[in-house]
Design a binder for this molecule. Sequence first.
Ligand code: 0X9
Ligand code: ZN
Length: 309
Amino acid sequence: QFPLDQYHTHDDINAWLQSVAATYSSFVTISSLGKTLQGRDMLFLKIGTPKPNKNALWIDAGIHAREWVADATALYTISQLVNGYSTKFKTLLDAIDIIIAPSVNPDGYEYSRLSDRNWRKTRSGPRQGCYGVDPNRNWSFHWGESGVSTSPCSDIYDGPSPFTEKNCQNMKAYLDANNNTIKGMLTLHSYGEDWIYPWGYKTHTYPPDVNDLRALGLQAAAAIQAVHGTKYVVANSADSLYPAAGASDDYSKSIGIKWVYTVELRPGDGDTANDHQYGFNLPAKFIIPTAEETFPGLMVVANRIMTGP
Ligand code: 0X9
Ligand code: ZN
């Protein structure tokens, strides 16, 4: 019994991932990216027909602790894929693997659940009396160049040096080891309803294949809009949001992963939708609508990977 329309504890999420892997063991494997600073296991599922040398899509969620709807959307995505494996996703999952790490900052997530709903960072420290590093500022690519604070008490503290955070180290190790097969990297955040592409560290600065990234992003946004009418902005992250260096998306692009996007889920921030007032604190009744519109957007990228380079 694991209701997808509710937010869950870290332990319940991990127990559910184990049960999914056990139930669907012919095409789902469970592994750990590693342990966090506080000893929590960063589990992920690889969903796909077992075959050598398959290309893969990576999806992570929850690198920011308070963005709960991201973790919940990743869990819904797992459920959709395993339930549709032998029917609508057979061709896709015979061709590629989908790797889903649904909660990649569990120390922060539990702190957000139990102590401070608005917590964003990890829980390392204390440094100058404060805890946590922004795990989306702690990656090495152009680390510290923009959109960060060097104060340990800031929400956007980039850490004393790159990759000080155990959860970032664990993700990096897996991405580095598999950057030959991982062709897409989607990192789920909230909020804003944005589908954004690199580079994020500097304005007016783009990877050479920016036109590809933009075109596929527009397809993803169209797929999202078709479900409940939610309109995503498709744009370069530095130009449309703000420059911020040391994020996981830029790092992933820098190691050669082709289809890299940060996805900012509901709510929006500039429209009149009835959920926009909630910010990070999105009530659980919005989980399913958010996840069911996001899912086809994610599948646009999965299908593109299946089609090939
Ligand atoms: O600031 C962030 O880390 C992301 N927005 S959030 O509100 N979820 O914190 C956006 C990151 C975009 N990517 C880069 N700037 N590289
Ligand atoms: Zn975020």
